[in-house]
Every structure is written in C-alpha cells, then in structure tokens.
Write a protein that binds this ligand. Sequence first.
Ligand SMILES: *Cc1c(COP(=O)(O)O)cnc(C)c1O
Ligand code: SF4
Length: 367
Amino acid sequence: MDDWQRILQESLRTPEEISERFGLDLEEVRKISRAFKIQITPYYASLIRKKGDPIYKQVVPDVAELAENSGEDDPLEEDLDSPVPSIVHRYPDRVLFLVSHSCASYCRFCTRKRKVGDANKIHPRYIEDGLDYIKDHPEVRDVILSGGDPLILSDEKIESIVSQVRAIPHVEIIRIGTRVPCYLPQRITEELVNRLKKYHPLYINVHFNHPDEITPEAARALNMLADAGIPLGNQTVLLKGINDDVETMRKLMQKLLTVRVRPYYIYQADYVKGTEHFRTTVEKGLEIYQGLRGWTSGLAVPQYVIDAPGGGGKIPLIPEYVQSITDEKVVMRNYAGEIFVYPQVKRAKRRKPRPQPPCYAGESQRI
Ligand SMILES: *Cc1c(COP(=O)(O)O)cnc(C)c1O
Ligand code: SF4
C-alpha cells in the first residue's frame, strides 16, 4: 500500500471518531453524517490550530448544516444538462466528466453535497457512457475531469480514463479539477506525475481556500505537477469566516503564485441546502476583487464569478470602474479611486457626404 493510501485509510470518518476528536455531541454528528458524508485526512486535521479556525470550519461538521430553511439540492440544475449521468454539458465546446464519487476529505460547503460520497450517484460504469458521449460529440474540444475528486482513483484507473479521452481526436485539451494537493498532497507521487505527463496538453485546477493550506507538503506536490509541465490554476470558494476578507485573500493569491499556481476563479458560494452559514453577500466578493486588482500583481487576481442558479453558467462580476461613456470621453476610476479621462476616437458624423480630396500615399506623414 502506498503512503497516501495509508493516510487516506486513517482518515477520521465515523461519528464516534469525529465527536471524540472535536468534542462534539455524538447524536448530532450522527445526524449530520446521514445527510452528508464526513471525512478528514489526518494530514488536513493536523493543520487545525484551534476549534473554529478556517481549516476546522471547512471539514468539521456543524449543526447549521441541518437547517432546512433555504438552499437547493441542485442549485446549478446540473441534472438538466446531464445527457448521461457522468456528463454535464452546459457550454458549447466543453463538458464536465464526473469520474469519481469520492474525495480525500469532504468540504462542508460542497455544491455537489447530494452526489459526492455516494457510490450510486457517480458509478464507475457511467464512465463508459461518458466516453461514448464525448466520442459522439465532435464539438467537445475541452474535457474537464471532475467528481468527486479524480485523483483519489488509482494510478491505473486515472491513466486509463485520461488516455481514453486523449485518444478522441477532437478533444484538444484535458483538465483535471482536484482538491488532493490541499487535502492529501502525499498522493502526488512520481509515479502519478510520470503517467499524467504523457497526455499533454493537460491542465490541473486545484482548490485552496486559505493561505494556511499552502504547507511545505502542498508546495512539494504543486511543484512536482508544475515540473511535469502541467499548468496549474486555482479555484477558491468565498466562505464566511474562512476567507471573506481582503487581507486573507491577498495572502492566499500571493502564496499560490510562489508555488506556481495561477489564481483562476473566486466563486461566490452556491445556494446549496445546508450551506447557508458559509454564504457572504455579493458586495463582499466585489470588495475583495477591488482589494486585489491594482494593489497586487495582476497574476494574483482571479475572476470573481457566480455560478448562476438555474443553470446559467458562470457569470463574472466586476466592480464598476467605468463612471460614464459618451461620444467624447470615457470617465474611469483607477484601483485607488482616482478619476481619469480617456478621449474617445472621433467618429464620423452622419451628415451629407462631402466630396473627398484625393489621397496621396504618405501624405499624412509629411506634416
Ligand atoms: C465550470 C464549468 C465548466 C468550465 O468552465 P470554464 O469557465 O471554461 O473554466 C464547464 N462546464 C460546467 C458545467 C461548469 O460548471
Ligand atoms: S473536494 Fe470538491 S467535490 Fe469534494 S467535497 Fe470538496 S468541493 Fe465537494
């Protein structure tokens, strides 16, 4: 057994283990675990410094998850865009391919709460159907392996899926979405990386939400992936009490760049049942974007997006930098709030056409 498999096996998962380790009411933990799987790798649990800190909140269950007052089971209506159970085909040229039903640890705010951790929802036999669907749809040039977490599968299984997708002539790029470098960085091994790098162009998007998650172990995993020529992006979820302030987000984005990860998206938390306690206002997201843009490297500024409820896809939100646009000028404010004016290009007025003088090559340069 590999080191990472042993670590994964030693994860905290039973209500008894969880309630004992974190001093929680056993009956409550049992109730929560029936609604959404609980699992925490010993590695990630070791990053917790105190009860209720940003690491703790992401994985330790809270009774607030049982609140039924608001939120949807499938806010993004992914099921309506699923021609086969393992495929979400929402955009014209790319698909999500759900290949795994497990994660290394379970995020309490997960959008796919009702799917992950349940072997019957994302079953291995659906992988065949997914491959057939992609083969039958020549417009699909970008395949995003997702789940669950694809990198929780065995080396053989991962390579089998990636190689079969790569063999489809119209698939130009393959992406993998994974939280493994954050929850279980030991899973990024020489063996895995050597297998993956045979299938370029391959991109990996990782998921870090707090600067404390970027440990020496995570840095090692990320550098190995980058050394294999895999461009790395990061997706962060904006979460109340975890990263909903400019200072934390700026530190996170800057730290990601030091381990060769380019921040890609900050997601507004989805409207999912049992995650209300993690949601922030949209103004908070705009404030964070504004606190990054211009104040630090442009490379450290991800897009802030809302995955629109009802299946509208990701919609970017940008604070208002343009104050007014007329035919004469554009009035803008910069990152620090100072006002600047850009003169518009003169547009030909639509009056009656006047006879034009003959034009000689080079004339305009003579003056
Ligand atoms: C996020 C997402 C994608 C990928 O979107 P990009 O903006 O290209 O990264 C594709 N399909 C679905 C259903 C998604 O939710
Ligand atoms: S790693 Fe991703 S799929 Fe798994 S629980 Fe977290 S958010 Fe959900």
